[in-house]
Design a protein around this ligand. Structure first.
Ligand SMILES: NC(=O)c1ccc[n+]([C@@H]2O[C@H](COP(=O)([O-])OP(=O)(O)OC[C@H]3O[C@@H](n4cnc5c(N)ncnc54)[C@H](O)[C@@H]3O)[C@@H](O)[C@H]2O)c1
Length: 456
């Protein structure tokens, strides 16, 4: 199959088939509350994987007690075969073409764990085929892709969980949110996401594509370019492909979306719980890139190009500020009128946290923030999968739904656009457009390579 454009008629047919298959097995009619009930091998849901790289491994390790892998799509033969051997007892069906996974009637849920430029198209096609999806963060490469995903999610009613597992880390991030929700910080004045600096690299030479990798399909909707790779002094592969795709705007947003998707999400969650109703209206800052940019595009094509260092200030009409920066301790700092807390994956600190010793949170405070979903597993990734599977059974919006995710990912994408043009931007959070800057506004979307368009 050469043409990757979505064929609408085909998918409408599959949508009906998919839903019918799920219902006839009685799957959704059983209203049990906990994903834990899927632990018996006969009860396990079946999952089809799209992308079998680094994070797919962690995800399947974390959810293996509930899932059976029946199909794996990866454009790298070696990767799909190794994954099958290690995680599916060699029993999964393997393919290079993810559409074959989506089309299968015996797949209950789809896991999308491809690089960011390959998220939107399979997520939309999976929803149209009647499948529920756990897609890795950041959900999209652009702001307009987010509009499309939300529209299709609403129309199809599919359950889509985004892989921002910090939302299911109960003892740290969720507890921090409960402190906010209980008013222990008062009105929030500033939230700050420290997300780390990104690497630069020397010139990466055009290289022979590794055997078994279909690089043209890996590129998919992105512009056609040569495969580049260099093995550094530590034996690490630096390339425009596996893992280091993160440091190329063609396939990702760099740190701004890689870690931004995690910590800006927590910042935005805190603001919402604190009663912030209006979205931000401007962003300004400074960013350093490892290459020169002209008209928003990197001039040199042979090395990483995303922002290495940056500091952005996002402003809200009521005076609240969000800071996104590369320096200072990785984590989220939330400052309110009555105090401030700092939270990351290892600690939750600050006076309001110490105060809990003599003035504890109400018993249900954390559960309330977690929207009263079951909270069994004390491991963020496992709990996040548990939440997804629970919501699949109960037909509910999961804790990291596409709507809340895009609200904050828009900010990360805006920071990237501002960085690429090296100028401040005005934002209309209602129409989700950049104001008074046609050139920057044209970066809300990106052209898809011919044959890889999303057709609606
Ligand atoms: N939630 C988290 O904490 C977390 C952590 C790491 C990565 N991620 C996200 O997961 C995604 C993948 O990251 P990674 O580090 O695993 O990358 P990776 O490069 O290790 O793996 C991606 C895999 O997708 C495959 N792939 C590419 N195009 C494909 C296609 N069209 N069909 C099928 N397979 C295709 C690649 O061959 C590769 O094996 C990224 O979006 C990343 O941001 C999330």
């Amino acid at each position: 199959m050469n043409n990757f454009s979505t064929n609408r008629r085909h998918f409408i047919k599959s949508t009906l088939t998919g839903v019918a298959a799920a219902s006839s097995s009685g799957f959704f009619s059983i209203q049990r509350s906990l994903a834990d009930e899927l632990k018996s091998p006969n009860e396990r849901m079946t999952v089809g994987l799209i992308g079998s790289g680094g994070i797919a491994r962690s995800n399947m390790n974390s959810s293996k007690q509930w899932l059976k892998i029946v199909a794996i799509a990866d454009v790298d033969k070696g990767r799909r075969e190794e994954f099958n051997a290690r995680y599916a007892l060699g029993k999964a069906t393997l393919t290079e073409d993810y559409r074959e996974v989506i089309e299968r009637d015996d797949v209950d849920v789809i896991h999308v764990a491809t690089p960011d430029h390959w998220h939107t198209k399979p997520v939309i096609e999976a929803m149209l085929a009647g499948k529920d999806v756990y897609c890795e963060k950041p959900l999209t490469l652009t702001i307009d892709e987010g509009k499309l995903i939300r529209k299709v999610q609403k129309e199809t009613g599919r359950v889509v969980q985004v892989g921002t597992q910090q939302r299911s880390q109960f003892d740290l991030f969720v507890k921090a949110m409960a402190i906010v929700a209980e008013g222990r910080l008062g009105r929030i004045q500033q939230v700050q996401a420290a997300i780390g600096a990104a690497p630069s690299c020397p010139s990466l030479p055009v290289s022979q594509t590794p055997s078994g990798l279909n690089f043209d399909r890996w590129l998919g909707p992105a512009p056609k370019v040569d495969y580049r790779q260099l093995i550094d002094d530590q034996g690490e592969s630096l390339s425009n492909c596996h893992y280091t795709f993160r440091w190329w705007y063609e396939y990702s947003g760099g740190k701004l979306t890689d870690w931004g998707a995690h910590h800006v999400d927590i910042c935005n969650w805190a603001l919402k719980l604190n009663g912030q109703t209006e979205g931000p209206t401007s962003i300004e800052g400074v960013a350093t890139h490892p290459v020169k940019f002209e008209n928003g595009y990197p001039v040199q094509k042979d090395r990483f190009n995303t922002a290495t260092e940056f500091k952005f200030v996002v402003k809200y009409p009521n005076g609240t500020e969000m800071i996104i920066r590369h320096d200072t301790d990785n984590g989220v700092l939330i400052t309110g009128e009555k105090g401030r807390i700092f939270v990351n994956r290892k600690k939750l600190v600050g006076k309001p946290v110490e105060n809990l010793k003599h003035n504890p949170l109400p018993e249900d405070a954390i559960a309330k923030v977690y929207r009263n979903f079951p909270m069994e597993e004390n491991n963020a990734r496992t709990a996040h999968w548990g939440n997804f599977l629970h919501c699949v059974r109960e037909r509910k919006l999961p804790i990291s739904d596409v709507h809340s995710h895009m609200e904050m990912l828009n900010i990360c994408h805006l920071a990237g656009i501002s960085a690429r043009f090296a100028r401040p931007l005005k934002w209309d959070p209602v129409t989700e457009t950049i104001l008074e800057d046609e050139e920057a506004n044209s970066f809300l979307s990106r052209p898809y390579r011919q044959g890889y368009e999303i057709e609606m």
